[in-house]
Design a protein around this ligand. Sequence first.
Ligand code: NOJ
Length: 556
Amino acid sequence: MKHTWWKESVVYQVYPRSFRDSNGDGIGDLNGITEGLDYLKELGIDVIWLSPVYQSPNDDNGYDISDYQAIMADFGTMEDFDRMLAEAHKRGIRILMDLVVNHTSDEHPWFVESRSSKDNPHRDYYIWKEPKEGREPNNWGACFGGSAWQYDEKTEMYYLHLFSKKQPDLNWENPKVRDDVFAMMDWWLDKGIDGFRMDVISLISKDQRFPDGPMGPDGRYGSFGPYVANGPRVHEYLKEMRQRVLSKYDTMTVGEASGVTVEEAKKYAAEDESELNMVFQFEHMDLDGGESFKWNTRKIDLVELKQTLSKWQTELAGKAWNSLYWNNHDQPRIVSRLGDEEEYRERSAKMLATCLHMMQGTPYIYQGEELGMTNVPFQGIEDFRDIESINAFHELTEAGIMSEERMLECIRYKSRDNARTPFQWDDSENAGFTSGTPWIMLNPNYKTINAKEQLSRKDSVFHYYQKLIRLRKEQEVIVYGDYQLLLADSHEIYAYTRELDGQKLLTVCNFTKETVTVEVPEEFVGGRLLISNTERKEVTKNDELQPYEAFVVLLS
Ligand code: NOJ
């Protein structure tokens, strides 16, 4: 397996709106990120993935871009960006930009032109279709509710939008679209950024027959998935992107790949670097989905979680590279989902971190995860800001599919807004995030859960993450070792080994609130304890694990 810097890196995701506000308008900004760089350096991360900071009308918090080469006024100026980039590089931190090119904003000049007339030169930058029997061209539903087709009176045709109607899909079949996107990528790379996280990149190529999709559970819309996810030309487009753009620079690329399977991932993230370096897969995050898609309060089953993650670990080994994540700006907080928010919050946060960071792949930390931040006690629907949650609430309750009470329970548990409340810097007013009025409520637990407190305490979640990051730099087996699952059927324990050139590592994690006895493989008894989230001093044959305990043993 080839050794590369991006395999050996740990990435930290910054959600600019919620990280740090430097000018008191209640919205995080680029100067705020610059102010936070020393904190990130202290944590030890190598790369920042910056969620979109481009000009945008903010229908989907910046994932609807109206100018790819301008900075959103809320976040500052291009000079602020350049300063942040230079300051990050000074500290040895690389910057990945979020590349959102499946769609633009409907306020992007390309779309404004495109919708203006059928013969406008930009018409074919987007996907326009005639009505079919007076209705939408097919039955596809959009991710943020309603049909995926929006009728436009001006030219009496529909345009496709897989997300909100303010996010029209670009037509990648058109070579001019690809030329413009690639030129824009060159522009950012020439500026000195270090790569891209590519938003829903698995959806850019659509089956040109645009067939109806299988009906969803509530019988209103069909799924576009089978005709869009890993579509017919996606690998061709990414190879073209590699040849025309990425091959000219030393970059890191990670593709957000909804609907990706291990077979597909082996193409996207192949060792030969012909497309991307790695993808974000969703299988482990979707295990608590089901009939009502994400809107439920079901818990992820540990045996299924192990099966899924182990499949990705073993099947990509030597062929493609994994990304490792529990959290991002689209997921609820992992402590609330798989750990314990109360008595064992810190210990369970550390256990979850151990479980993930000892695997093969590049780990991603989402802002606040390193503090063990939790889901938020949102009250009514008026507390939410996220278009997905708000639209789903109205759509499902108004259609009588879910009661308001039940839907609120579900979005409290699963809403993306759980990840988007302000970063908790300290216990002062507004958690030190802003001197103004924050754009979204704070999690009231900032009085106890905050960076300042954790930096002052040796046994904090922050310092535990810092150690995990350091260990990855010290022990090659953590980066490159082969993975093997142990105790596959246990409903309590996640245990696995890693192995590289005679070095062996054992990770054992208790995913429950109970004390659990585990039989430790003979060879590891007496081995060197690399990290542990309790007072543990050694490992014994029939070892007793405390609630949410985790440890790692190294043999070398
Ligand atoms: C995935 C992004 O992570 C999410 O936040 C966004 O809403 C959609 N793509 C649409 O861009």
